[in-house]
Design a protein. Sequence first.
Length: 131
Amino acid sequence: MTTKTKNSISWVLSGLIGLMLSASAIDKIMGSGHALQMSALFGLSARTYSLLGIIEILSVFLFLYPRTGILGTLLLSSYLGGAIATHLQHQQAIAFPAAIEVFVWITAIIRFPELSRRLTINSAENNLVTK
């Protein structure tokens, strides 16, 4: 796969993630009927749910901006981990937040080769680090 193809795929995937999570964040911030229903289901006030939307959209912006993309990846991963935990606590399905988290990490691995290298240190490099 050429670098140009890899870059194109990574930006398309990043755009899809950005659209999905931005829509979710805006829904929370604006306090739509669905958002208010979900906040009540999870035992959160509308203000707290709106704050979660702000955190979510800031994380998306950090993810999309190349210089802070890895930080954004970690923040989105943390945010989605909290969503999974909240869903589990309230006996809700976790497939959707878990799938988005996997999608975020696949995109990050494609988009940030340095992240991939750090996560897959081979044994020869590991031996050099410990000596």
